[in-house]
Design a protein around this ligand. Structure first.
Ligand SMILES: *Cc1c(COP(=O)(O)O)cnc(C)c1O
Length: 365
């Protein structure tokens, strides 16, 4: 049975990168096997969350951890936790006026939409967002001047989505929060390093399960024991609407252990896989082809194709996307006449399909 046919869907080749709109990443057989074990057995669910949390905390050197159903849920449950501070009354009455300490300070340039707005997650948590600084800048002083008796936490978003220039650093944000006895909550959803921010002293660090970690749709929060405990309590309140299944708790836990053991694919391995692909691309008419490194200097290598025939890079990408199989190339540089193929989630068979389709498009002009 072909699930694409059954539901009238297109086959997708993702040569774009880790894109949520295409389903982010592929999980390995090992992780699928762990999900199967999770799905086909029973557990004392509260113990499953506590024990997998302990296991994960031990792997990264944090006091505790909690598997959640997404980084977004991680933000909402962590923030709800720091507002409630362990109060059961708060869990059952999360939006009550009896609890007034609800302000969460966020650099204005961090109020981004990563597919959903950060401030919607804060609203879900019952927080009142207090922006610090301006659209183009935020200093430690800007954070400091927003702190009041009602401040519950400082939130920092580490992401390419945010304003980068004139922005206080993570250690600076930690320093100012701690000087006022406030927790610094860090959203590091798509980041690759599971140790760095905890070592800096962030109180809670939140990751998405399906991005760098390549786990199932899920999330994980690492951090100080109290904050994790308070977030875990939300399972009896707002967290119920963000429940994660046992298959994905076991799946993500396995994916994290595997990720820490093997890391991401190395640049050398990517180049090795790219070489035969680039050779075939170079044999196509009307193209200039080479291997290029990621512009931000990350250990990511891609095939760069510069069409020199009648069709523009934009037209070729459009035809790639709208063919029988939807092929998504990386299109950030099409305005400069360049198409990139990111092969992190592309295998050899798919590379051949890309070459064949490009040949059709170019020769059909
Ligand atoms: C992707 C992302 C999220 C959300 O992650 P989900 O697991 O999809 O909820 C949050 N913050 C940032 C900065 C992201 O890039």
């Amino acid at each position: 049975m072909d699930i694409y046919q059954k539901y009238n869907l297109k086959h997708v080749i993702n040569a774009d990168g880790k894109m949520t709109i295409l389903g982010v990443s592929k999980v390995s057989d090992e992780v699928v096997l762990a999900q199967k074990l999770g799905a086909q057995n029973f557990f004392e669910m509260s113990d499953l969350l506590i024990q997998t949390g302990k296991y994960l905390a031990n792997l990264v050197g944090s006091e505790d951890a909690l598997v959640v159903n997404s980084a977004s849920a991680g933000i909402a449950e962590t923030i709800a936790g720091v507002i409630g501070q362990g109060s059961s009354y708060h869990v059952y009455h999360p939006y009550t006026e009896r609890i007034t300490k609800r302000e969460v300070i966020l650099p204005m340039g961090h109020d981004v939409d990563y597919g959903a707005p950060v401030d919607v997650m804060l609203g879900l948590a019952g927080a009142k967002m207090v922006p610090a600084g301006y659209a183009n800048m935020c200093t430690p002083e800007h954070i400091e001047m927003q702190i009041t008796e009602q401040t519950a936490a400082v939130l920092y978003i580490k992401s390419h989505h945010t304003v980068q220039k004139s922005m206080l650093s993570i250690p600076e944000a930690i320093e100012v929060a701690h000087r006022h006895n406030l927790p610094l909550i860090l959203d590091a959803a798509a980041e690759e390093d599971l140790f760095k921010y905890l070592k800096m002293g962030a109180d809670v660090v939140i990751y998405s399960g399906a991005k760098a970690i390549e786990g199932p749709a899920s999330g994980v929060i690492f951090g100080k024991a109290n904050y994790i405990k308070w977030a875990r309590m939300q399972g009896a309140g707002i967290g119920r609407a963000m429940k994660i299944g046992k298959e994905n708790i076991i799946g993500l836990t396995t994916a994290i252990a595997k990720y820490l053991e093997n890391g991401s694919e190395t640049g050398d391995s990517m180049v090795e896989r790219l070489e035969p692909f680039v050779e075939k691309l170079a044999a196509l008419p009307d193209t200039k082809v080479k291997i290029v490194q990621d512009a931000a200097g990350r250990q990511i290598y891609r095939a760069e194709v510069k069409p020199i025939g009648k069709l523009s890079a934009t037209e070729i990408c459009q035809q790639l996307r709208t063919g029988e199989t939807a092929i998504y190339a990386r299109e950030y540089r099409v305005n400069q006449g360049i198409i990139e193929f990111d092969i992190r989630a592309v295998d050899e068979i798919e590379m051949d399909q890309i070459v064949a389709r490009l040949k059709e498009i170019i020769e059909g002009e």
